[in-house]
Design a protein around this ligand. Sequence first.
Ligand code: ADE
Length: 241
Amino acid sequence: MRIDIITIFPEYLSPLALSLVGKACEAGSLDVRVHDLREHAHDRHRTVDDSPFGGGPGMVMKPDVWGEAIDAVLSQPPAAGARATLVVPTPVGHRFNHAAAEGLAAQEWLVFLPARYEGLDARIAAHYRTRAEVTAVHEYCIGDYVLAGGEAAVLVMVEALARFIPGVLGNDESVLDDSFAPGADGLLAAPAYTRPAQWRDLSVPEVLLSGDHARIAAWRREQGLQATRDYRPDLLRGEGS
Ligand code: ADE
């Protein structure tokens, strides 16, 4: 999969060279390219934003600068005829969840457009929805809070979707059992333990040492149910997303 990210803070994305995503890049299952938006701002101050029409606080990111930057990325497809899926992190978007991550992971080419300030000029999403090289423009919110910019949201989304790319996780099955996965029956995961079996004054629940797989599975299910009641009762009411 190819991932392009256009930003005014390219260094903000450097964690993508680490850990799981970094290893996937080294192994060739992911090709992540970060582009500096300011290379497409041509005035003396390399301006990327301007005040909002209609007044109000803050600044809006300019469509002409973004348009040139996005067009430059779209002119370099990973393969002839490849179409890009554009992703805009924004508090005014669909909730980014397990299903959204899985959907993005199935695409061959993602282009992330993280904004600063009060966001992107609304014509950017409208325009790219009409472009033949673009399959879709998704606007996603990663949680009910406002970040200073979309870059941290891009890190979150790329880490979440990378886990669905075949070969990225050491054990391909673990993604099926994650909290929020359909395979988890809408329950959060049970607590986990490892060696030593006794640590300070705490021991591992006896059932996990029993070797009785049916009992262990039943215990994990009960614990997952309890965690879900405690932390996310909305999931038990079928309201989670
Ligand atoms: N940009 C600012 N806040 C955000 C959020 N909660 N999710 C995604 N992008 C954002």
